[in-house]
Design a binder for this molecule. Structure first.
Ligand SMILES: NC(=O)c1ccc[n+]([C@@H]2O[C@H](COP(=O)([O-])OP(=O)(O)OC[C@H]3O[C@@H](n4cnc5c(N)ncnc54)[C@H](OP(=O)(O)O)[C@@H]3O)[C@@H](O)[C@H]2O)c1
Length: 333
């Protein structure tokens, strides 16, 4: 039976403006880094995407190298897009990226114009799309002039292959420089995608200030520290967890679950319960409390996690006392 989206899909999801742009993004967006590769179950992937869209999640985030193997998450997305989402294309914001190693030789990595242009052409083919909504440079490349990398992003927008451009994992200083080059070219930087969670707060040391000042959106990734900031590892490592999966491609391994981290997780979990949330929900709310954050980029392995995480939206404000208690648990980290 062909997929028909839930007619009530826009009723409950808040949409937040992406910096000073015209683009609104859902408070939660869905990333396809893991659980959408060729090694994963296609029907589970389909159920996740359908439930996300039915719940008002209009933004799906990909990259050339997501899988594993690299490229296969875009292929999975392409299959499901063709079957289920083609008629909803104008209701979707689809992003992809290039910047990490993708193919052999000197042109399949880093930040050259050669790599960025070729990689997007490959991504569009894998996903069966004419254009992406957002194209990112995935990580800074100190060996390629910023003018070349940003020039490639500007070119891609002018070619109509992407509507907007963004950067990922650039430091505050690198971000300021990239913004300046892009402004000079006439293609504004829409959004920055940094890693940000209770356990990794580097963006608070300058990057969020730059983004707020410049009117650039922010979409933090790995907000649950790949699942560590949930209650799933409180009693050991479940067999169906990411830590036990050994899927490679940057996925966390068992050695990331240290006694020191679990001690903090136990204490954070108590605060979450006192707020009427589970820890995953509190960790997402904690990111969304800052209005410089446009949307929080979640990953899920099953449909039930989509609903569970969206339920964080029932409580995104924190008392000063809660914030202080959380800070005392996290610092020094
Ligand atoms: N720009 C970059 O360099 C970069 C890097 C990494 C990621 N990203 C983007 O960010 C997205 C999210 O990253 P991530 O997958 O690491 O995010 P994450 O939200 O920190 O971790 C996702 C994992 O947390 C667990 N989880 C999710 N919701 C849960 C819930 N409600 N209750 C219990 N457990 C829950 C699941 O683990 P189990 O699998 O164990 O069930 C899930 O696979 C990626 O898909 C990608 O789009 C970007």
């Amino acid at each position: 039976m062909s997929y028909e989206a839930n007619p009530s899909r826009y009723k409950n999801m808040p949409y937040r403006r992406c910096g000073k742009s015209g683009l609104m993004l859902p408070a939660l967006s869905l990333g396809l880094w893991h659980n959408f590769g060729a090694i994963d179950n296609l029907e589970n992937a389909r159920a996740i995407l359908q439930l996300a869209f039915d719940s008002g999640i209009t933004h799906f985030d990909l990259a050339n190298n997501y899988g594993p193997p690299a490229g296969s998450a875009e292929e999975t997305f392409g299959k499901i897009f063709k079957d289920d989402f083609k008629k909803y294309r104008d209701e979707l914001v689809i992003s992809t990226k290039a910047g990490w190693g993708m193919w052999d030789g000197p042109y399949g990595d880093h930040g050259s114009k050669k790599y960025l242009v070729a990689s997007l052409d490959q991504s569009l083919k894998r996903m069966g799309l004419d254009y992406v909504d957002i194209y990112y440079h995935h990580r800074p490349d100190p060996n390629t002039p910023l003018e070349e990398t940003m020039g490639a992003l500007d070119l891609i927008v002018r070619q109509g292959k992407a509507l907007y451009v963004g950067i990922s994992s650039y430091s505050a200083t690198e971000t300021e420089a990239a913004i300046k080059v892009l402004n000079g070219l006439g293609t504004k930087c829409l959004i920055h995608q940094p890693r940000y969670s209770m356990f990794d707060r580097w963006v608070e040391n300058g990057l969020l200030d730059v983004l707020g000042r410049e009117g650039i959106g922010c979409i933090p990734f790995s907000p649950l520290e790949q699942g560590l900031l949930t209650n799933k590892y409180l009693n050991g490592i479940p067999a169906d967890s990411r830590a036990a999966s050994h899927r490679g491609n940057g996925a966390m391994e068992e050695n990331a679950i240290t006694p020191e981290k679990i001690e903090k997780v136990i204490k954070l979990n108590e605060i979450a319960i006192s707020r009427g949330q589970n820890l995953a929900q509190m960790a997402l709310s904690w990111i969304l409390k800052d209005d410089r954050i446009t949307t929080v980029l979640i990953g899920v392995s099953k449909p039930s996690q989509v609903t569970d995480s969206i339920n964080c939206l029932a409580n995104t404000s924190f008392t000063n006392d809660e914030l202080l208690r959380i800070k005392n648990i996290l610092e020094p980290y």
